[in-house]
Write a protein that binds this ligand. Sequence first.
Ligand code: SF4
Length: 338
Amino acid sequence: MQLLPTETRAIDVRGQRGTADANGSGDPQVGDLTGGTETVDRVLTDAEVVSGGDLVMRGEWVIACPCSHGVRTGRWRRYDRWWMRMSEEEFTDALLAWYQEFGRDLPWRYTRDPYAVLVSEVMLQQTQVERVRVRWTTWLDRWPTFQALAAAPLREVIAAWSGLGYNRRAVALHRAAAQVVAEGVPSTMAGWRRLPGVGPYTAGAVAAFALGADVIPVDVNVARVLERRLGTPAIEPPPGRAATLTQALFDVGATICLARVPRCGACPVADGCPSRGRHYEPLRKQGRFEGSRRQARGQLLRDVQTGAVPVADADPAILAGMLADGLVAVSGDRITLP
Ligand code: SF4
């Protein structure tokens, strides 16, 4: 859900009582913040009425609770939606607790080695988790370090990538390893981004998982969960917990908050979720693989791996693209591995 501010105004809710009702019309009600009825003693510095009538309040609350809690302050500062039952702290706590019990057991989650993390992230960019699970382990057995990978012949690296798809990732990874050997392991996200094949997401993932940086790398699953639950893809992680929180978001996105029909009944952050129970239109389907350019590239690469292919036998456009990506070379009238 997109939050599109259309109006900003100050609202004074001193002395009001309210009950759960997220219709966003009229004056704000405050009871839903705690699941009970409380009296707002002061504040609401300002609020925004956003598209669809949802009300987003920012600012500091001071709440005089009629029960034994007395006057509470500060706790409410991080509510983005006045009707949201969970604060960001409660949201992250719920995710982390769920992850501890239900998180997927994936081998790359046990390492903080930057090389191993980078390999996993590059493989996971466009390949399913279950296929990566085995291939990541065999890859590391064969080339356990940046140095080992950089020293390997590119043709062997390309051949070892076979079956993971989008083979240019193998070339980029090989070049990245050479760059790390020459310049050292980057210590910042900006440094990782300078490596071939490393975009903002992958740089953030390596920074979070290997360097322990307080960043949440936002992939499509993470963005979906945060957008649906919080109305924004950005979240400030608790210090030192970014990596675990990201893994939890990955898993909720991959197994519960599914693209079309989310499993809200099993969701650890369903309480107060404005998207709960919604179904979604099918995403744009990937084009057919049969007869595609991808298929033609994969076939040519397989043919070249089994022996040199005459240039005359190749589709010129496919060959040109693969030459540009560094996946094949031409020697005389033959196409070979580089
Ligand atoms: S309640 Fe449903 S829509 Fe909301 S975050 Fe959970 S799974 Fe996604």
